[in-house]
Ligand binder design. Structure first.
Ligand SMILES: NC(=O)c1ccc[n+]([C@@H]2O[C@H](COP(=O)([O-])OP(=O)(O)OC[C@H]3O[C@@H](n4cnc5c(N)ncnc54)[C@H](OP(=O)(O)O)[C@@H]3O)[C@@H](O)[C@H]2O)c1
Length: 295
């Protein structure tokens, strides 16, 4: 994802680069060597990110070359660039709902979303671009809670009690807690804090689907991404790697405790790693935009 301020309709668009096709689409090489020039309607680039009908969950993250998920200001805007932004805005235009963890909503200053200007036609008559925030605490950033277009809040009973104080009740999607997924899991070591289950993310996605929001774009952050991967809820992961080195401070694009469920989709380093399939790889000025399929 990139700094939210980058995609407000009033912000000036940075000069967008053409993208070289290094691979794809569909992992095929037949368009390799071609170039996706910037066009006002971005239909060619959007075709590279077409998704099947029905519920489709895509994450879009940016990483520095040395694996950092944010820059020195703790925001991803300092590691992204115009090539990332070009992909980012097309992905938003294609989405029904942007899904973020409350940590990202707070760190990046999310407010109600607009479809990136000039790309409305990519929605093919779908509704406004919605925002859904996942939280255990139920605490939303003040700017988001005070806005006139409240987000959906995906939370459990505990968080719902708090969230209903800041958004209308019909925007609070109470799901979980997600304790069923941990049934039969090995007990955590006594050295580790016992994780709070939190809302059932699968049920949260089902609640969005019930509202016609099937094209889900997760913009992070790292804890939410880890939980979606652990629950095997992600269909694809788009990762932009920018030619930046941030050093050892910032975290990776996934974070948190290893899943407790034996055989979960992702696991600790010793578990069998998953092997996503490269759908396409685009390039501009050292920045690589990859689309990885997880199914
Ligand atoms: N590189 C990128 O593409 C990218 C993308 C997004 C964010 N970031 C960066 O990542 C940093 C934030 O990291 P983060 O890991 O804290 O982000 P995060 O995952 O968005 O936030 C963690 C918080 O989100 C809520 N949350 C996440 N998963 C949940 C789940 N399964 N159930 C219930 N609540 C859940 C919880 O909120 P409550 O505390 O309210 O319970 C949790 O404390 C920022 O510096 C941001 O700039 C980078």
């Amino acid at each position: 994802m990139s700094a939210v301020s980058d995609v407000t309709p009033s912000s000036p668009a940075p000069s967008l680069p053409a993208l070289d096709v290094l691979l794809g689409p569909g992992g095929a090489g037949h368009l390799a060597g071609t170039r996706l020039e910037v066009t006002p309607r971005e239909e060619e680039l959007a075709a590279f990110y077409a998704s099947p009908p029905g519920l489709h969950v895509r994450a879009n993250m940016v990483s520095s070359v040395d694996g950092g998920a944010w820059g020195p200001d703790h925001r991803s805007g300092t590691i992204n660039d115009a090539a990332d932004w070009r992909v980012f805005r097309v992905l938003r235009a294609l989405a029904d709902v942007v899904l973020v963890g409350a940590g990202t909503a707070r760190a990046e200053g999310y407010t109600a979303l607009d479809v990136p200007r000039g790309l409305e036609h990519l929605r093919a008559g779908r509704g406004p671009l919605e925002l859904a925030v996942v939280t255990r605490s139920g605490h939303l950033p003040a700017a988001l809670a005070a806005g006139d277009r409240p987000p959906f809040v995906i939370t459990d009973e505990h968080g719902a009690g708090i969230a209903r104080a800041s958004v209308p009740a019909d925007r609070v999607l109470v799901v979980g807690p997600d304790d069923g997924a941990r049934a039969g899991a090995p007990l955590p070591s006594q050295d580790l804090p016992s994780p709070t289950p939190g809302p059932d993310l699968r049920a949260g996605l089902a609640a969005l689907t019930d509202r016609g929001l099937t094209r889900v774009l997760c913009e992070g952050g790292p804890h939410l991404l880890a939980d979606l991967l652990a629950a095997d809820l992600l269909d694809e992961l788009c990762v932009t790697t920018t030619p930046v080195l941030v050093g050892p401070g910032p975290g990776r694009i996934v974070a948190g405790m290893p899943p407790l469920v034996a055989g979960a989709a992702t696991g600790p380093a010793s578990a069998d790693p998953r092997r996503p399939r490269l759908e396409h790889l685009l390039h501009a000025g050292g920045t690589l935009a990859a689309r990885w399929a997880l199914r």
